[in-house]
Design a protein around this ligand. Sequence first.
Ligand SMILES: [Zn+2]
Length: 216
Amino acid sequence: MLLPELRAQVCKLHMELPRYNLVAWTSGNVSGRDPETGLVVIKPSGIKFEDLTPENMVVVDVNANIVEGDYKASSDTASHCYIYRHMPQVNGVVHTHSRYATAFSVVGRSIPCVTTAMGDEFGGEIPCGGFCLIGGEEIGQIVVETLKDSRSPSCLLQNHGVFALGDSAEHAVKAAVMTEDNAAIVWTASQLGEILPIAQSDIDKLYDRYQNVYGQ
Ligand SMILES: [Zn+2]
């Protein structure tokens, strides 16, 4: 079996999506790219989260052709692969319809950067890309276009949901979790009163400290 470790990792990371309340039923998916072979491990289509195993993950090449697997790959596979082909630094992609973030997408609104934690992680707003139908690689095109000049590791897709990226599948899941957390905070704050902005110069300092200094 190809890529046993990445299969196990991507399978385990799928369990984080229901754990953090980011998905309903079978929606949502995670993929990871093996930097050495360029092969991508992704969720099989339409399988419930509790039935996912490392063995039923699907391995595809970067053009979305199945290399190994007994199931059809996720219906978002072509978009994941488009992102991998156009963003060499990305080795993990997560897609969810998490509630608060998707609510922002339904009104076509970016999530503003108005907490220090969001300055740390995102370095600016989480932008909202345009609308398109699922199935092909159009979603991937919108994600690449929306994030190419952004420090944010995630973006919204109008009327649809969230795509989050990372240098690993684990970091992409973290970005998906933080995206929903920030969306919930901004929505809650907007019910309380006027949202106070953070100056871009301060966002820049937060981002720089967290990305370059913080941690072990
Ligand atoms: Zn979707």
